[in-house]
Each structure stands twice: as C-alpha cells, then as structure tokens.
Write a protein of this length. Structure first.
Length: 340
C-alpha cells in the first residue's frame, strides 16, 4: 500500500497534461471556492436535480431509528409474521398485526479524512473536492428536513469535533472547517483508527454515520469500524481516482508519497512494472471491499470522474432494493403485480 501511495502524485501530474474537465461536480475542483459559493452551486446543480429524480427514495438513506405503534389490523397473507400481536390474536381468535410509524428524525455524522492523499486527482476534480461536494449535498438534504448533522475532522490541525446541529448555517460551518483544515503533515501516515475511535466517544445517540475517506491508512482500523457499525448505521464513502488503479506508460517519472514526501524514480515504460502496479492495486481493492463487508457497512464508491448526483441516486436505489429483499419483498414481483 505504501508503494501505491508513492506512485500517486506523479500519475496525477502526468494525467493533468491530457486531462479534460470532468462534468461531475462544478464546485469541487482543484481550487475549492469558499463555503457559500460551494453550497450555492451544489444546491443549484446537484440538490435540485436529486429532488426531481429521487421522488422520496432518499428516505431509504435516512431512516429514523424510533418506531411508534400506529394501529392494529387483521393479518394479510403478505404481512411479516414477526409483527403479529399474539395477545390480541388470542383474545379475538383472529390474527392481528402491529403497524408502526417510523420516526424520521435522524442525526447524520460525517467522519472526514482530510489527509494528504486526498489532494490527488488526475483531472479537474480531486478527491478532496469530491469529499466536500458529497458532504455539502448530504448535509443539505438532511438539514432541509429538520435533521441535525455533525462532523469529526482528521487533519494536520488535529482531531476536531463539530457537534450535531441543524440549519443551513451549520452546513456552511462544517464546509468552512473542511476547506480550512490542513492536510496531514509530511512524515506522518494516516491512521483511520484514531478517527473512528474519536467518533465512538463523540457520537452519543444512534445515528447515520458517513466515513468519507480514500481508506489509504495504516492497518488496524477495521476493528474500530466494526465496533462503530454495531451501534450506528455506517456508510463508507470511498474516494478514489482511476489512475490509482492503472498506471499509463509515461516513461521515467519521479513519484512522491503525498503523505510522507518521499520521492522515487520509476520506469513506467516497463510493462512488467505496470502489471505489478495493477496487481497490487487490484489486491488492495479486494482487501478493502472484504474489510468493509466484514465490518457490516455499506460502501459508496466515488470516483473523481463520477457525476455526484448519478452516483448517489444509484447507491440509494441499491439500498432500497436490498432493504426490500431483506424484508421478503420482491420488487420485480411487486412491479409486475401493479402492471397486471
């Protein structure tokens, strides 16, 4: 993993020469604007577009954690037997089920890795810009519905905790803190375990937690992530750039570790070297997906070339389908029944 990081900065420098602007996120470019400009652009270009496309599906991502008993009704064949009220059923000699009303209020927390490796981006958008764009969109969707958001920032400034509050001004405060935070200093590699442990003590109530990172870190963070997922609903937002997965033929280039500053000359014209690079990247991808799966968290993968609205829409609808299948509902059969 250390070797992959070493090659990242040179790959970016080479990619920028032939880069074309990415359509994914106007605000999240290499030169980040101030928080007000960033949020205004996100509201006009992404949030409004999602409002027209999601049609309420975003609630799948923001489920509340409280349930209130709404009513009792007679059992129907498609009902979940776990909700049968056996006391009422015994008295009336007819199966009855409980219906619940979900409390939509939910707190959203963003665990933000702002280390040096997030400054990489082979085209117009860097990983740090995608991170700011994602936080702005999700925070705005949450706070517009009266929910609260908080954040824990991991950067060279140390660990910063922003308490959960609601409102547009609070979203601007979170974005401002992100944009002003310095990347991790040289000679210090990222340790996500510190961020996750800090979050466990900072987040008191059950919440939806977004871990926004490229997950380039010293080992040992997976246990802390699994512990966090036992108490909260955790979504890993993994940021990456396509050049981190495949190295082009650039000849002799100097590569620099974006976190430690160490430099190394390599011959990218060597096909054997490029093949070993791809194999190492593929192994890291497989190990990361396995670690997230074992921790029991969903993963949203955001490339620096992705459209943010399309990636979010796809992820939310995937979660909705998984939730339907987990509850025994076949969405394809339901759709066919409506058409019939």
């Amino acid at each position: 993993m250390f070797g992959l990081k070493r090659q990242r900065k040179a790959a970016r420098a080479a990619g920028e020469a032939a880069a074309t602007p990415s359509p994914s996120l106007p605000a999240a470019s290499a030169g980040l604007p101030n928080p007000e400009q960033l949020l205004q652009r996100l509201e006009w270009t992404v949030v409004r577009r999602l409002d027209g496309l999601l049609q309420g599906d975003y609630r799948t991502l923001f489920r509340g954690f409280g349930l209130d008993l709404a009513e009792l009704r007679e059992y129907q064949p498609q009902d979940d037997v776990r909700y049968i009220d056996w006391n009422v059923t015994a008295r009336l000699q007819t199966p009855y089920v409980r219906e619940f009303q979900e409390d939509r209020e939910v707190a959203g927390w963003f665990l933000l890795d702002l280390s040096g490796s997030l400054d990489f981006g082979s085209q117009a958008v860097r990983k740090r810009g995608m991170s700011a764009g994602f936080v702005g969109v999700l925070a705005r969707l949450l706070t517009r519905n009266g929910n609260r958001i908080g954040a824990v920032l991991y950067s060279a400034d140390g660990m910063q905790t922003i308490p959960a509050r609601s409102g547009r001004r609070h979203v601007l405060h979170v974005l401002d803190s992100m944009l002003k935070s310095k990347a991790a200093t040289a000679q210090r590699q990222t340790d996500l375990q510190e961020l996750l442990v800090q979050a466990q003590s900072a987040i008191k109530r059950r919440s939806v937690v977004f871990v926004v990172s490229d997950f380039i870190s010293q080992p040992g963070w997976t246990k802390a992530l699994a512990q966090l997922a036992q108490r909260h609903e955790v979504v890993a937002v993994r940021l990456y750039d396509p050049l981190e997965l495949e190295l082009p033929d650039l000849g002799m280039v100097m590569m620099q570790d974006s976190e430690t500053g160490e430099q190394l000359f390599v011959d990218t014209h060597d096909p054997g070297f490029r093949k070993r690079f791809m194999e190492a990247a593929a192994k890291r991808e497989a190990d990361l997906r396995e670690a997230l799966s074992n921790a029991g968290v969903d993963c949203l993968e955001l490339s620096t070339m992705d459209r943010l609205d399309a990636a979010l829409l796809h992820f939310i609808r995937q979660r909705k389908r998984r939730g339907q299948l987990a509850s025994g509902v076949n969405p394809l059969a339901r759709r066919a029944g409506r058409q019939g």
